[in-house]
Write a protein that binds this ligand. Structure first.
Ligand SMILES: Nc1nc2c(ncn2[C@@H]2O[C@H](COP(=O)(O)OP(=O)(O)OP(=O)(O)O)[C@@H](O)[C@H]2O)c(=O)[nH]1
Ligand SMILES: [Zn+2]
Length: 215
């Protein structure tokens, strides 16, 4: 994951972060352009961008937005390919309760919650940390929850070629709670499956395991 406090200078443009991330999106010219746009936004919502508390705000928002959308710079397939290991383990592997932070493409407001991801290996396993990294690669963009769910499923299926993949995502959408319909407690659940997970028995095992609590 990109360290949000490390905003590279133009000189680091070609540096890789964790071996697979190119970030020319943090170059000073881009931050300057974005900041100018956010200065206008501040004016147009009725604020005084010259008051002390707001002087650095356009630049802060610019950097925050670039961070919140850094998934565009990540290649999810490369992330998985970078840590696939031959292993004869043929039971379900589940990584659950993965924090998701994304932004809806309609309002650019956050939606956030948890992802639960499983696969049944077909000769290869993947480094466990790579699964949350794949979630971030697709979540840190403008998204709809359904597409996010399908993209994670398709990436794991196409790269790791397992016997099946299961993805369940549960999120709260701020565009539905702090504005609009203003429903404070609604949670949206989406799911996507391939292969063995299309069979009821496997899917039920997955759903049971993600509902169980470790104590
Ligand atoms: N399917 C789906 N819809 C989403 C997601 N995030 C936000 N939305 C919805 O996108 C829709 C956009 O609808 P519009 O009628 O064009 O926008 P709006 O007038 O702001 O709608 P309201 O939110 O109902 O006030 C809303 O119903 C949102 O709830 C998502 O991840 N998936
Ligand atoms: Zn929205």
């Amino acid at each position: 994951m990109i360290d949000k406090d490390h905003i590279p200078s133009r000189d680091d443009d070609d540096d890789d972060i964790d071996g697979y991330t190119k970030i020319d999106r943090y170059n000073p010219k881009l931050i300057e352009n974005l900041s100018a746009n956010y200065l206008n936004v501040l004016k147009q919502i009725g604020e005084d961008p010259e008051r002390e508390g707001l002087l650095k705000t356009p630049e802060r928002i610019a950097k925050a937005m670039l961070y919140l959308t850094h998934g565009y710079d990540l290649d999810a397939q490369n992330i998985l390919n970078s840590a696939m290991f031959k292993e004869e383990y043929s039971q379900m592997v589940i990584v659950k309760d993965i924090e998701v932070y994304s932004m809806c493409e309609h309002h650019m407001l956050p939606f956030f919650g948890k992802a639960h991801i499983a696969y049944i290996p077909n000769g290869y396993v993947v480094g466990l940390s790579k699964i949350p990294r794949v979630v971030d690669a697709f979540a840190r963009r403008l998204q709809v929850q359904e597409r996010l769910t399908n993209q994670i499923r398709d990436c794991i299926q196409e790269t790791l070629n397992p016997i099946g993949v299961g993805v369940v995502i549960e999120c709260r959408h701020l565009c539905m709670s702090m504005r609009g319909v203003q429903k404070q407690n609604s949670v949206t659940t989406t799911s996507a499956f391939t292969g063995e997970f299309l069979k009821e028995k496997t899917r039920t095992e997955f759903l049971n395991l993600i509902s169980s609590k470790l104590s």
